[in-house]
Design a protein around this ligand. Sequence first.
Ligand SMILES: CC(C)(COP(=O)(O)OP(=O)(O)OC[C@H]1O[C@@H](n2cnc3c(N)ncnc32)[C@H](O)[C@@H]1OP(=O)(O)O)[C@@H](O)C(=O)NCCC(=O)NCCS
Length: 161
Amino acid sequence: MSQDDNVSAEIPDWSREQVRSFWDAGPKLLRSIRRYQTAKKRGGVWAAMSARYWVIIHRFWSIVSQCEIHLHTKIGGGLRIPHPQGIILHPDVEIGVNCMIFQQVTLSGPVVMGGHVDVGAGAKLMAPLRVADHSTIGANAVVTKDVLSGQTVVGVPAKPI
Ligand SMILES: CC(C)(COP(=O)(O)OP(=O)(O)OC[C@H]1O[C@@H](n2cnc3c(N)ncnc32)[C@H](O)[C@@H]1OP(=O)(O)O)[C@@H](O)C(=O)NCCC(=O)NCCS
């Protein structure tokens, strides 16, 4: 996992969320959240029924992946969760565009992530904190302080390298 300079921190790349196969749990879970939020914004009877349908789909993929991402979470476009197993996101987190989150990551409270932030497997981000654009959190890091733009932090507690 190394930062790709061509990824935008502002313009969402929706192709990153594309579902590639039936058991593509991450994109499927994300799609249920996107469709639920769209239905809720639309309002009306059909939208309410659609929202209920996507709640069931969300439950299914949440159980399959043992992952907790709430239906109301603010997520910028282009999030990649290639292995969603064990990802736990507090409902108050905010995620910028084109981020990537690996398995077993916990965002413990109101964490605000900028655009194009990559979070390595097993990392824990202890709120409240901000992670700025184009930064990287190393695998198994425990982040207790704000991360600056373009920084890579590793370790427990996480320090820049
Ligand atoms: C943080 C990360 C992006 C750094 O990659 P990098 O820029 O290539 O850094 P390097 O491998 O050159 O390591 C630089 C230093 O940081 C240390 N380091 C790297 N990653 C570390 C980590 N996660 N925890 C603790 N130290 C780490 C290295 O030991 C090295 O230390 P040294 O200079 O004392 O020898 C990468 O190591 C990482 O953790 N990626 C996450 C990948 C992941 O979760 N993949 C999931 C796939 S399923």
